[in-house]
Design a protein. Structure first.
Length: 202
């Protein structure tokens, strides 16, 4: 897959692995892995064709830095942030923590964006609009489709270019048919990168 796609970055979420567990090392790529303290849980990874100038694991607040959910790679012209956003869980047992994560993440991204443009990708665990689900009605108040979670992803942060990508996905039936456990993948340009991105692949 790495050779076929020849992508600049491969961003993976929910890796559930510890450093050294990966049994492959793609030629020509630098590996960045962020694991949860709890083995077999959560985790993110990035394979980058160009080594980053710097790498940050987690957010600014330590409370978010035990589940391997955020990797930030710095490059001369942008930051790349790979996320695995916490799920609100059954009966919304973790919704308060999810709201804290969203607020702290927003501040973190705004701080990065003040320095240089940001590419944000990953599993955001939210369906933003009704059109993102085949059956939105029965899914109200399910994890990933609560009003609280949806309001955190404001329309102005959905770049028009991303909206067009989602429309293309819809044409080929690529939207999720059912939101089970709030699993939903997204890609956002959180900044000023339109002219720097040659091609997107979802």
């Amino acid at each position: 897959m790495f050779r076929t796609l020849d992508a600049d970055f491969f961003c993976i979420q929910e890796t559930k692995m510890q450093p050294g567990q990966a049994d492959f090392a793609p030629e020509g790529y630098t590996e960045y892995i962020y694991s949860a303290d709890k083995k077999g849980y959560s985790g993110t990874a990035v394979w980058a064709k160009t080594p980053a100038l710097s790498v940050r694991y987690g957010l600014d607040e330590d409370v978010h830095n035990h589940e391997g959910r955020a990797i930030t790679l710095e490059y001369p012209d942008f930051y790349l942030v790979n996320l695995y956003v916490p799920n609100a869980q059954n009966e919304l047992a973790r919704i308060d923590y999810r709201m804290q994560w969203e607020d702290d993440l927003r501040r973190y991204l705004q701080k990065l964006d003040a320095e240089k443009p940001v590419i944000l990708c990953g599993d955001l665990n939210v369906a933003h609009e009704d059109i993102d689900l085949k059956n939105p009605g029965p899914n109200r108040r399910n994890p990933g489709f609560t009003d609280e979670e949806r309001e955190k992803m404001t329309p102005e942060e959905l770049n028009e270019r991303v909206k067009s990508l989602i429309a293309d996905m819809e044409e080929i039936g690529a939207r999720p048919a059912y939101l089970r456990g709030g699993s939903y993948n997204d890609y956002l340009e959180y900044g000023r990168l339109k002219d720097l991105i040659a091609k997107e692949c979802i």
